[in-house]
Design a protein around this ligand. Sequence first.
Ligand SMILES: Nc1ncnc2c1ncn2[C@@H]1O[C@H](COP(=O)(O)OP(=O)(O)OP(=O)(O)O)[C@@H](O)[C@H]1O
Length: 896
Amino acid sequence: MSNNIKVVCRFRPQNALEIREGGQPIVSFDDNGQSVKVESKEYPGTFTFDRIFPWTAKQNDVFEYSISPIVDDVINGYNGTVFAYGQTGSGKTFTMMGPSIDDEETKGIIPRIVDKIFASILASPSTMEYTVKVSYMEIYMEKIRDLLNPVNDNLPIHEEKNRGVYVKGLFEVYVSSIAEIHEVMRRGGNSRMVAYTNMNAESSRSHSIFVVTISQKNLLDGSVKSGKLYLVDLAGSEKVGKTGASGQTLEEAKKINKSLSALGMVINALTDGKSTHIPYRDSKLTRILQESLGGNSRTTLIINCSPSSYNDAETVGTLRFGTRAKSIKNKAKVNQELSAAELKLLLKKAKTEAMTFTQYIAALEGEVTIWRQGGTVPKTDWASMEKIQVGGGATPLSSLPGHMTQLDTSRPSTPAVALELDEREEFLKRENELTDQIAEKEAELLARQQLVDSMREELTFLKEQDSPNAVHELNDLKLQLEKVLYESKEGAITVDSLREANQELSKELEELKKTLMEIRLAQKDSNEDNKEKKKMEKMAQMMANLDPSGELSAKEAQMRETLSKFESPAGLTPEEASALRKEIAQARSLIEQHEQTIADLNNENVSLTLNRDALEMRLQTAELEYEELLDKTIADEEANSSIDVLETISELRVKLEAQYSAKRDQAQQEIEALKQEIARRNEDIQRLSSNVTDLRRGNEELKEQLERQSNHTSSGLWEGKDMTERERDMERIRKTMAQQLADFDVMKKALMRDLQNRCEKVVELEISLDETREQYNNVLRNSNNKAQQQKMAFLERNLEQLTLVQKKLVEQNSALKKEVAISERKLAARNERIANLEGLLQDAQENLTSQNHKFETQLRALRERLEQARSQKSAAVNFGRIAKPLRGGVAAVDNG
Ligand SMILES: Nc1ncnc2c1ncn2[C@@H]1O[C@H](COP(=O)(O)OP(=O)(O)OP(=O)(O)O)[C@@H](O)[C@H]1O
């Protein structure tokens, strides 16, 4: 029996968006409710369907007309399908489920179907036993998710000869009441919601399929029938671009639309009248619903439309789809299994038929043998089935009333050779097993392929992203390492050269010190020689200037002459003698004065010597200080050779000049003091000289007196008496004079010695002064010229070396600058790379965060699924997995 797909059309009211956008209702309906006219400028047209429901139609109206008969069919053992097709928001879900399954007024056709199923079961005779089981799945992105066991989100489709196409592993829940089936629907609905939230997807992009399987057993004759009802809420039929299914790739969009486009293709192929191949296998949806489209099913298609001009294109598209689908022809038949008696009869007849065939074969073989042996068989004796049937009375199998679904030879690949039932079952069983295995292997292969692809992608990504960076980084590091090694080598060389320069400088310093010592020693020796010579010369000069011995000798000679005169018989007159005494007394006082002066000079000499010693000490100290200072300065300079040398030298010069000027001033003062001393001594010497001159003059006067005495003696007369006395006096005077002369002589000698000593001292002092001056000059010269020049030369040498070093440093600096520029470039490149890496890292972090988020939501979903699975498991223990037969006219039959 062939029957067309029933197509009904339902319009919803204009929604808020359409009204807001100025949409107007553009559809009008004819009175018999089968035709709709679309008054659109672009898409005008009239469409006719089995029934058209305007937006005023109630849920129950739709159900009663379009669905209710299907429920009866299913209960009677037919397969049934209800599709809801239309653009998003056109009212598919509203029609199928309704806003609330518990609300009598608004509940959709599925709850009403359920109500009717249970009502029909209850209304059936008690000899009928029913089991009702439901499953709930959805197809999203070409993956089948079990909404009653969401852990299974990619179930495979299998096909078995005796079972047809089915989803392997789909959870089937036995239900025995409306409440239970409602509970199952709610769970499925919740799973769907959770899945969408997790996938960030829209429910309108998936197809949901609610399957109700009703098996019935006639307890009287044991016959069994089963009907399966597919209730399909299709995904939105609009083009993906219009609703802007955001965030999805073209590939995803293709997958989302695949089932729907395949549905269109299947409908086209079924309705164009020329296609020999129906592309059921092109999508999961069309495969699952293979029997619903052009197969064993009573199918109703509900097309849901918007009445608004705002959605005219989509509405017309939907109407055209419905029009095409209208012409699909199905061949629905009852899915019935034979009872035991019928099977026995069937077996008996099959055996008879087999025997008939055996007889027919034997007859044929006999005839063939005759023909092969060259004999002939008359036409009337030719073996035929009729003769054998007439003879044996066998009935052909195909003519038996009723047949099993499993034996349906209409299936494309059913073997043509007639097999025994057992063999056939065995064969099918084996074939199923193999098909399962192949499907499993295929799934496994697919999963592995996906894994390999993802790993390949990851590898490519890693190669693209990380490997070049890592290689680049490694190269950079190698370069840096080489550079660092090179720099360290160069640094070591510089240090070595500086060390060598330092050693050379130290050697030079030592040599300079040695030379300085030698020069000093030589200077000291020559100074001592010079000193001696000078002393001698000075002494000679001074003694020559003074000529004391000569004067005194002359005076002595005069004195002696005078004495000799005294000793002569004439002798001195008393006046002469007294004058002579006076003179002598004066000379004595003079000599005493001289002695005093000499003592004073002595004292002064001592103090001058002390002064000189002190000066020498100070000079030595100054020299030592100067040397120390010089050494220290040189050491400092050596140590701080890298500091500005010129500045240091100028500072040193200023310091030295200050020190020397201080010392010069000091020495100048001391020289001034010494000069004053010398002047004072010269004065003393002059005074002594004038005294000596006075003495000479006194001597001359004495000489004159003595001469006068001698003249008087030669002309006068000496009386006898007085002569003796005079002689005694004279003798006394002579003795006294002699004594005085001796004393004077001693004194003179002492004075001369003293004078000589003094002169020596004065000379020494003068020499010392000269030396001091010379030393001072030397020091000054040394400091200003020689030493300083040496030091300057030394410093200049140092400066030259330092200049060289500086040159080197400048060169190194420029080289370093180049390196710095390179390093800066490298640094910039590295910074850029770091920025890139940071960007990548940020991206990776963002990805990671989003993945994390995704994982978290997936984890949450998994947990929820687990919870659901657990609860389902427990629920299954309660009702889901155990069939609860329902007896007609009564409630669920207790299995126990
Ligand atoms: N016949 C109707 N009468 C009143 N309201 C309706 C009707 N049909 C649909 N609606 C309302 O329109 C809105 C969209 O309907 P529904 O969700 O059923 O569309 P849908 O086609 O299933 O969309 P989707 O493809 O996104 O699942 C809902 O708010 C629903 O209540």
